[in-house]
Design a protein around this ligand. Structure first.
Ligand SMILES: [Zn+2]
Length: 466
């Protein structure tokens, strides 16, 4: 068996790992897009990382675009095989891959217009809506915790890992005639006792482990403190400064978590009398899918559903329906809360909200999730005082705040806890991916302290042979 680390090796986005068997049959774990890497992003996403005719199956851990986003491109380039995932992941991919195609097309249209390119000179989108539709036809849904044969010699089991709705680690039983291997791909490891999703499930012993490392150098605050911090930001911005509170948030997961937290704060009478807007068509769709898969949510949300029906709907909350309404909110000076995508603020309606709000001290930009350091959200989180948005240089006068504990990724203690259902002494090799380089190195040391050995931090396109 050979493992090739074709993406997310030294970066947090662009996940794709290719397993090749003795007979040259190949599966690819995830087919993710790079995000938030500035000018390099488009180039990285256009790189050929594998021959689509040489991959026999794709196993998709979850719907986030940095894990699923290049599937339509791979299909456009000729991939005709199956794409395996859980039912909720498929439901989310239906909306997310269509949305991603829409963003690719819109971005290229904008760039061509801005740089006066047309005809043969025009930039081309990575893929278009019809590619996403075709890709969706190739999805095969399989149940969680059921061993399923995907190729001769490879059986997989999806084990829910508490990251987002439908997300799962992938456990592979690999049979190479005389040799049997087991491999665990953790994908993105969720957290224990989150406000929405059930805890990660324990994983069986594996010979080889490909483990994420996004927050391998960090401990999160408690989630309860995060709710209090959100409330403090609301009261400070709305009541004292009479400004807008803008929260860039991923449409899937983070938005629903925030809405549920605000719903509970409102039930306790703690919210001022203002409007809260969810301004992202994708987030609205994702919220409906989350309700449909309520059985995947934790006990607290399920209890809430039984007693009060809708965890994601209450009187102050308004889901913005169209662009015109979004523009009206941009133009309004009324204090309000706006939750909008994308989380890294490089695209989507939140970029417009930030553009209109960033130069006024009365407003607050509240960040609640990971952002690549080069993305707009990343630069603002890092304290940049000047940023360029839509080609205009803007002075950052609005307050910027960052709550780290709302992450959908476990911190290093949670990741070590996740791996603790295995005996570290029996893991032959532990590969760290999906983390910035310095973070991976720190996590490696933490893992050594927890009894892990033979830890490797592969470079991009590095291969490992058993
Ligand atoms: Zn993810």
């Amino acid at each position: 068996m050979e493992i090739k680390f074709a993406g997310a090796a030294g970066t947090v986005t662009g996940s794709k790992h290719i397993i090749t068997l003795w007979d040259n049959k190949r599966v690819m774990l995830d087919c993710g897009m790079y995000q938030g890497l500035g000018k390099d992003t488009f180039k990285l996403n256009n790189e050929d990382f594998a021959d689509p005719n040489e991959i026999d199956a794709i196993i998709l851990s979850h719907a986030h675009i940095d894990h699923s986003g290049l599937i339509p491109k791979f299909v456009k380039d000729g991939y005709e095989g199956d794409i395996y995932c859980t039912e909720a992941t498929y439901a989310l991919c239906e909306i997310m891959l269509r949305d991603s195609a829409y963003i690719q097309e819109a971005d290229v249209r904008y760039s061509n217009k801005r740089h006066g390119r047309d005809g043969d000179q025009a930039y081309q989108p990575l893929y278009v809506a019809s590619d996403a539709e075709r890709a969706l036809q190739q999805f095969v849904v399989i149940p969680e915790n059921e061993k399923t044969k995907v190729l001769d010699g490879i059986e997989i089991t999806f084990i829910p890992n508490g990251h987002i709705l439908g997300s799962a680690a992938v456990f592979l039983n690999i049979d190479e005639l005389s040799v049997q291997h087991t491999l665990l791909y953790t994908a993105d490891i969720g957290r224990y006792k989150t406000s929405l999703i059930k805890d990660p499930e324990p994983v069986p012993q594996a010979d080889y482990v490909i483990c994420e490392s996004t927050y391998g150098d960090r401990l999160h605050d408690y989630a309860v403190d995060a709710e209090q911090m959100v409330l403090n930001s609301i009261l400070h911005t709305i009541k004292e400064k009479k400004g807008k509170l803008i929260i860039p948030a991923f449409s899937v997961g983070r938005t629903q978590e925030l809405v549920f937290a605000l719903n509970k704060l409102d039930l306790h009478g703690l919210l001022p009398d203002i409007k809260i807007f969810v301004d992202s068509p994708l987030a609205t769709d994702a919220t409906n899918i989350t309700k449909k898969f309520a059985h995947l949510l934790n006990k607290e949300v399920q209890r809430f559903c039984k007693s009060r029906n809708d965890p994601f709907g209450f009187q102050k909350l308004h889901y913005v329906k169209n662009q015109e309404e979004s523009k009206r909110i941009n133009a309004s000076e009324q204090p309000c809360i706006i939750i909008s995508a994308s989380g890294m603020a490089d695209a989507g309606r939140v970029k417009h909200h930030i553009y209109h709000a960033i130069e006024k001290t009365k407003n607050t930009l509240l960040f609640v999730g990971y952002a690549e350091p080069n993305s707009l959200a990343g630069r603002l989180q890092n304290g940049d005082q000047k940023v360029t948005i839509f080609g205009d240089q803007m002075q950052v006068n609005a307050e910027t705040k960052y709550i780290k504990s709302l992450s959908a990724h476990g911190d290093y203690k949670e990741m070590i806890r996740y791996l603790s259902s295995m005996n570290p002494g029996r893991i032959k090799k532990l590969f760290l991916v999906h983390g910035e380089e310095s973070v991976r190195q720190t996590f490696k040391e933490k893992l050594k302290g927890a009894g892990h050995h033979s830890i490797h931090t592969p470079a991009k396109n590095e291969t490992f042979k058993t």
